[in-house]
Design a protein around this ligand. Structure first.
Ligand code: RAM
Length: 881
């Protein structure tokens, strides 16, 4: 037995951390009864926790003095087993190093090549360079860097780090993240050079819809780069004098795309002996131009995490080359060309084709066109540096006669999170749907959780992540990314006096009014993070924000609990709403608002209780009671019918536990099943009802109806897009209409994760893996097979290790296999009335029970599955394709 996978906070990178007393986690490879943590400080000081009799192995407090800025420490852990065996050998040490923790640690200047720019289109990127001397041997070198804009670093001609679009997007008025890099091995005795590529990015580039806004955070682009070395003169910050020059990137914007003229490339520009006599001195920004607090990141950087090769390349008669990457991604293309003559080559992007051409209308004003001008005819490879597109197809235009496309790759770009959740079944359509959910999450976790990655939007919409959070935390270790976003939410909530409908907030014409389901992200996202990680610290950090939101809504209800006035987004994108009025749902938005108020007040009360604030818990608890009473008074009939009489209204009442008793629940469940059947098992819900309906059916005894809805392939349904060739989750149920044309709505994305929130049902009910104790120390394995599925499996990489469940049907029996890591207890509840619940611990366990599918309805005719080669062939034969 050992302590493995030592970790601090929610970080994968222990260099440049932002906390002085980071909490420690590890995984015990067998049962742990006690532990000891040892901290060996860089100056030789050693502290230990002593033996602590505890099975806890996550977020344990720092047992030593606080770290100072730049200080290193080696952490080791050893364990004792339950029967007194121990201590084990010490774990491998984890070296942590603090970043710059106080604003006074920053002595470098903010330097800028451009303090104002015109608004007539995407602006260029700039190069900045400086040199410095190192005396004697270099023992250590660090760069601490960030920017107003987006930046890449170079040192002595080498790229430093592999992050993309650093420092990412945060609410820069409040918080700006910096990165710490170890450059010890890059430095040489004598003269060294540091270089920066710098462009507008989110800071100064165009953001938002309705034409968007420029200069959102300032009119400048600037870099803050502090280089510290330890050489024969000791540890010191080297003085840097910066100059700048225009870069070969003549225009670049996140929405617009990037233009790079390789004839303007400057060889060796970040090397020490480069002649920069013609470069222009950079301006030094006055101290008041600096943005909000400089912070170390809470999560991983954005990187190129995958490289796709095309599934098809077609050259058209007019010379345009259409490339299909077979997968809708957030990213960029990497091209290899040769035989060119200095003519610009354009690369256009789109998520789908319409009549064989790129469908670019859904991009709205995000042109997404890159332009690469090679130097000449020698082979060259290029990828844009500071832009990002949401695309599956790219079209290369303008390759000159004699030019050759040597290669084309799709670079997948997003926050480099660890994968943590898997799901598959015997049904290829359902599996492809789940893969689409995973892809939509990846494509929309480019530093912050966004609605979409392609059009002139890509904003941190709170409602979308609120409904998707349980899936996001299951599929990936997304705590670091979401913690960062929640800090922005809390800062801006304090600034504006309300949770906004997206964060970071920009004023591009959308109402900033509080709206249910969107503002409730302030409570529900931290709550879901707490559940998935077991980290009460997240609740502690976010509690003021959680409470402020609930109190704000309580005041809006006039202390009645009934939220009946003001702006609401309601059950957004109900399929019954006309394409140009996505908020016109069948469900009363006041019902949705009151239900969410009850849910958030209850969760906030529980959070208050968990962090030891009993008075706040009592207050919030009273608000919750009032909201529940108001919901019942206004929307629930004594017999259990729910006003609006819609799928969403009933689902909300059942899942948010707003009904009075079992009789009401039974009646609501029966009515819900009836509505779903009357609706021909097609979707009747928007953002609010969609994540809930299957659960609401299953928990009231209508799992068969849930399966029919889940496996429906006619539109609107989850699987209709799959049959149409979708590789991500669409914003609308029919973003592509059945005839293959693009939905006329001006808001038509092919990559929104919100409606994929039903994947939570797939993991918990179809796969059968349910979290019982926050942090996964206790789970319930309770698969509910159905829908004709022969088998299903799901797995989650919990803080204790991988938990897996798989089941299959065989000869009238159901066989369930469960994989339980040390530290986790699993209750097994087989879907058979005879089977009593069983409790198991670590190990691989196998169970079986008699099982006959209860599904009485005849199997439904299905649409073609474009992903299945055989069905694809049949489609071609039938003239469908
Ligand atoms: C759209 C977004 C998002 C949704 C809002 C209300 O513009 O794409 O998905 O949350 O509207």
């Amino acid at each position: 037995m050992t302590a493995a996978d030592l970790r601090i906070e929610h970080l994968d990178d222990p260099l440049g951390i932002g906390s002085t007393e980071p909490r420690l986690s590890w995984r015990a490879t067998t049962g742990q009864a006690a532990y000891e943590i040892e901290i060996r400080h860089g100056d030789g000081d050693i502290a230990t926790s002593g033996r602590v009799d505890s099975t806890a192995s996550h977020f344990q407090s720092w047992p030593s003095r606080p770290l100072a800025s730049r200080e290193t420490a080696d952490i080791r852990v050893r364990l004792w087993e339950a029967d007194g065996v121990g201590p084990t050998a010490w774990s491998e040490p984890l070296r942590v190093e603090a970043g710059l923790l106080a604003s006074t640690d920053w002595t470098a200047d903010w330097v800028s090549p451009s303090t104002a720019a015109s608004h007539d289109g995407a602006r260029p990127a700039y190069l900045l360079r400086a040199t410095y001397d190192v005396v004697g041997e270099v023992r250590l070198a660090r760069i601490y860097a960030t920017a107003h804009g987006v930046f890449d670093l170079e040192m002595n001609g080498c790229r430093v780090g592999d992050d993309v679009l650093a420092p990412g997007w945060s609410s820069y008025r409040h918080r700006l993240r910096y990165r710490t890099r170890d450059v010890t091995s890059v430095l040489r005795p004598g003269r060294n050079a540091v270089g920066v590529w710098l462009a507008d990015g989110w800071y100064r580039g165009r953001l938002g819809f309705n034409g968007g806004l420029w200069d959102n955070y300032g009119t400048d682009v600037a870099a803050l780069v502090q280089v510290e070395v330890e050489d024969d003169l000791g540890r010191r910050t080297v003085p840097l004098t910066w100059s700048w020059a225009p870069s070969p990137i003549t225009a670049t914007g996140l929405y617009e795309g990037e233009s790079h003229d390789a004839r303007l490339d400057i060889a060796h520009w970040s090397e020490p002996d480069f002649d920069d006599a013609a470069w222009i001195p950079a301006s030094i920004l006055p101290p008041q131009a600096a943005t909000g607090a400089l912070e170390s990141p809470t999560g991983p950087p954005v990187r190129v995490v995958d490289v796709l090769t095309p599934t098809e390349i077609v050259t058209r008669p007019d010379g345009r080359i259409l490339i299909d990457f077979g997968q809708n991604i957030a990213g960029k293309i990497r091209l290899g060309v040769a035989g060119c003559d200095g003519t610009p080559i354009e690369i256009h992007h789109a998520e789908v084709l319409e009549n064989g051409e790129l469908a670019t209308r859904p991009l709205r004003s995000a042109a997404s066109v890159d332009v690469y001008t090679p130097r000449g005819d020698e082979p060259s490879t290029w990828t844009p540096r500071f832009t990002l597109h949401g695309f599956r197809y790219a079209e290369v235009r303008g390759l000159p006669a004699g030019g050759t496309l040597l290669s084309a790759e799709g670079l997948v770009v997003h926050s480099d999170m660890t994968r943590a959740g898997w799901f598959s079944t015997s049904d290829p359509l359902l599996d492809r749907f789940h893969q689409n959910v995973v892809w939509s999450m990846r494509d929309n976790f480019v530093d912050l959780p966004t609605d979409c990655p392609q059009r002139d939007e890509r904003l941190g919409w709170s409602g979308d992540i609120q409904v998707f959070a349980p899936v996001a935390t299951y599929l990936y270790d997304s705590a670091g990314v979401l913690q960062n976003w929640l800090r922005d939410l809390a800062s801006e909530q304090a600034e504006f006096g309300s949770v906004m409908n997206f964060h970071p907030w920009i004023e591009c014409g959308f109402p900033g009014d509080p709206a249910a389901a969107w503002g409730d992200a302030a409570v529900i996202v931290p709550w879901e993070l707490y559940r998935s990680t077991g980290d009460v610290g997240i609740l502690r950090d976010q509690f003021e924000s959680m409470r402020a939101w609930v109190e704000q809504v309580h005041a809006l209800t006039g202390q009645t609990g009934h939220w009946s006035t003001g702006f609401q987004l309601g059950d957004w994108l109900d399929p019954a709403a006309p394409p140009d009025r996505p908020g016109d749902s069948r469900t009363d938005p006041r019902l949705v608002a009151t239900a969410y108020h009850a849910k958030s007040a209850r969760l906030a009360a529980e959070a208050a209780h968990l962090i030891g604030q009993p008075d706040a818990a009592a207050d919030l608890g009273r608000m919750a009671e009032r909201a529940v009473a108001a919901f019942r008074e206004h929307y629930v009939s004594p017999a259990g019918l729910v006003v609006s009489d819609t799928v969403t209204a009933l689902s909300v009442a059942i899942i948010f536990d707003l009904l009075r008793d079992d009789a009401q629940r039974r009646a609501a469940g029966a009515r819900l099943a009836e509505l779903v059947r009357e609706g021909d098992h097609r979707i009747q819900t928007g953002f609010v009802g969609t994540p809930l309906v299957c659960d609401a059916l299953a928990t009231t005894g209508h799992a068969d109806t849930a399966y029919h809805l889940l496996l429906q392939t006619e539109t609107p349904s989850w699987l209709f897009p799959v049959t149409m060739g979708a590789t991500t989750v669409w914003e609308r149920w029919d973003s592509l209409l059945p005839d293959g044309s693009v939905n006329p709505g001006e808001m038509t994305s092919f990559n929104h994760y919100a409606l994929g929130a039903v994947a939570d049902f797939l993991h918990r009910v179809v796969g059968g893996l349910q979290l019982v104790e926050p942090g996964w120390s206790r789970v319930r394995v309770a698969p509910q097979p159905g829908g004709g599925l022969e088998s299903a499996s799901t797995a989650h990489l919990s803080p204790f290790g991988l938990i897996g469940v798989q089941w299959r049907r065989a000869d009238g029996r159901l066989v369930v296999e469960v994989d339980v890591p040390p530290g986790v207890t699993a209750e097994i509840v087989l879907p058979s009335p005879q089977a009593a619940p069983i409790e198991v611990g670590e190990g691989v366990h196998r169970f079986a029970c008699a099982y006959r599918p209860a599904d009485a309805d005849p199997p439904r005719p299905r649409r073609w599955n474009i992903h299945n080669p055989e069905e694809r062939r049949q489609m071609i034969e039938a003239g469908v394709l």
